[in-house]
Design a protein. Sequence first.
Length: 254
Amino acid sequence: MIDSHAHLTFKHFRSDLGDVLARAREAGVRAIVNIGFDLASSEAGVRLAHQHDDIFAVVGVHPHDAETVDAAVLERLEVLADDPKVVAIGEIGLDYYRDLSPRHVQERVFRDQIALARKKDLPVVIHDRDAHTKVMQILKEEGVSRGVLHCFSGDFGIARQGLDLGLYLSFAGPVTYGGSRAADIIPKVPAERIMVETDCPYLTPVPFRGKRNEPAYVKYVLERVGEIMGTAAADVDRLTEANTSRCFGLGSGA
Ligand SMILES: [Zn+2]
């Protein structure tokens, strides 16, 4: 299994990251893609990736923190992006649910980081919360064709637009919750475009919902996706590992 989206540098893991990683490896997680949220977590993610062969880093600033991005931050991200363990720019996008940064700032910073990904020939990890139409508009205008819509929460119309651009769709803990739209969407998504993730420490899948999430629990997401697809978990495992490796260019070593 590969956890395609984890936040291991968050304070939630400060006291026991070693145990968390041991449980992930024990559960069969062969690689973890650690995602930056702001400049500090991006820097920390690159350091962490250098300490562990099975951890890769994605660097970028989340729309919540878009207001912190100035020229100096973009320059620093550009330096980080050259690191051999950095496999994408993210997570970037728009969040109209919490609106923690003004929307015009979120949009500018989203476009700036897409430009960075293009310059560095890297895919993007996209966060989209209640901003589906605008996110799609920007992705099309910017000509984005490589990356993943993480923790996909749109309807199939949005999924279709993402797939047409060439993007992957990644599913997280909410697929295990009642009322998830995933059961309608996943069967229509080409199998070679599906990825799984935890988004830990958040979005903990059933049966651990309410507790802290961790990469070992990607197993529950994978099993539920397999159930919806009507495909054995072992096959979904192979498939999603291959998809994630292709998306991020992890190579055969991952
Ligand atoms: Zn995330």
